[in-house]
Design a protein. Structure first.
Length: 460
């Protein structure tokens, strides 16, 4: 390219535009002049380089490159860019790419530099991102390896089924042994083909229910070509490819388990399907497990909404009822027909009857059987027969006694009935009865003596 001649001012302007930093160095390697275009390079204090050897302004590993640039011949046909690092007052080195132009007649060398800071930042981020991806990939490989070991070594037959096509995508060794078919492979097979034709509709319904509710669903079915019933559990989980079913066959049905083990599995299924609510708690009332009926009572759609809460949160009388129930369970190991109300998620109260038993275990557990009494109570007459008789007796007193005396008699009758009902509800626990009635224990004992329910000599 033929370049026209231009003035020194034009040359300086061209150098300033074409480079981020320009240095003029004498034959001894000392900096004669410095021109900096980018403000980002101010951290190097370039103006202080004037009069100093240029080699003193670079890092140790860049010294050989500096000497190479300064010794380049003036008639060199190919110019080479060299990466030089300068120390910075901010801690990190500043990378600059230099090219040198030697002027032999003047005994000076012109160095033009381009700032590589932005490129260095991008390279550093790229390296950090790559390292992070490698760590994540390694972690996922470890997780996958652990999953594969657990999946393949599980004694229970387990399969993973695609929720859309309902075809088996994975099966462990136990499942392959259980459902072996020499005519076709298990992976890729339609799940319904694994079951007796009479149970396929039930399995299909089970899959729909598990997909809709997200809960673990259980049923008893027969495998194809087998007369033995097995317990099938299905739960849904999600992956990148969409919803998947985890299908498991209970091992107790498949290994010749004892009748006791089989009965326990049937018992657990019966409790889950019981028409009465069932709640299992620890000794502090924290809920560990519930059945479908109790979830229906309180309006919950999943066990996770209830597990971890305390039972008294669902009782209308809260701590009072829990105190009565827990005290009797600790002292007598069982409670029968305890009438109370529970509150559901909508804020409505439900009349129930609770029976409970304490389970003798290392960690004491309580099992509660909760029966919905709403319909039965609605069918009952508003007043008990005792009350009706008392009202009839009061009607005969009109005209024989002043109204003031009749009112006093009525008040005493109601007080007696309330106290007797509270004692029945609390199984004669007087402290709980006093709390239920809103009385102090001393006031309750005074009324008990007045109505002749306890002897005058009985201590409080």
């Amino acid at each position: 390219m033929k370049i026209p001649s231009f003035s020194a001012e034009k040359l300086a302007q061209l150098i300033g535009v074409a480079s981020d930093i320009a240095l003029l160095v004498d034959k001894d390697g000392a900096v004669v002049d410095v021109s900096v275009r980018k403000n980002e390079l101010a951290s190097m204090a370039c103006q202080n380089w004037v009069g100093k050897p240029w080699v003193e302004t670079v890092t140790t590993e860049s010294i050989p490159k500096v000497k190479d640039l300064l010794t380049q011949s003036s008639d060199a046909t190919e110019l080479r860019w060299r990466h030089i690092n300068h120390p910075s007052t901010q801690g990190e080195d500043v990378p600059i790419q230099y090219v040198s132009l030697a002027f032999a007649a003047e005994g000076r060398t012109l160095l033009l530099g381009r700032d590589l800071g932005a490129i260095a930042v991008l390279q550093r981020r790229l390296v950090e991102t790559q390292q992070s991806m490698e760590r994540d990939y390694l972690r996922l490989r470890h997780i996958e390896a652990r999953y594969r070991i657990l999946f393949d070594t599980s004694s229970d037959p387990v399969m993973v089924v695609d929720a859309v096509s309902q075809k088996v995508t994975e099966a462990n060794v136990a499942a392959l042994g259980l459902l072996k078919d020499h005519s076709k492979r298990l992976v890729g097979r339609d799940l319904l083909d694994c079951f007796d034709s009479q149970n396929q509709d039930e399995v299909q319904s089970l899959l729909r229910m598990a997909h809709a509710t997200g809960r673990i669903e259980v049923c008893r079915v027969k495998l194809v070509g087998s007369e033995q019933d097995v317990t099938l559990t299905v739960t849904v989980f999600r992956q990148e490819g969409g919803a998947q079913f985890l299908v498991r066959f209970l091992q107790a049905d498949l290994t010749g388990a004892s009748p006791l083990d089989t009965d326990q599995g049937l018992f657990a299924e019966a409790m889950q399907r019981s028409p009465d609510g069932f709640v299992l708690t620890d000794k502090n009332g924290q809920i560990r497990s519930v059945n479908t009926e109790f979830m229906s009572m309180v309006g919950a759609t999943a066990q996770s909404q209830i597990q971890g809460q305390t039972l008294d949160q669902w009782l209308v009388r809260g701590g009072v009822d829990w105190g009565v129930l827990s005290t009797n369970l600790r002292q007598q190991s069982s409670v029968k027909a305890f009438a109370t109300d529970i509150s559901n998620m909508s804020g409505l109260n439900l009349a129930v009857e609770i029976s409970a038993v304490a389970i003798a275990d290392k960690s004491q557990m309580f099992a509660f059987f909760i029966r919905d009494m709403t319909r039965r109570r609605q069918q009952e007459t508003p007043a008990s027969s005792g009350m009706a008789g008392s009202v009839a007796e009061l009607a005969h007193l009109v005209g024989r006694m002043p109204m003031k005396d009749i009112v006093n008699e009525t008040t005493e009758m109601i007080e007696r009935m309330c106290i007797q009902s509270a004692l029945e509800l609390t199984h004669n626990n007087r402290a709980s009865a006093a709390e239920m009635l809103g009385l102090s224990r001393q006031s309750l004992y005074v009324k008990l003596r007045r109505f002749g329910i306890i002897d005058e000599t009985e201590a409080e």
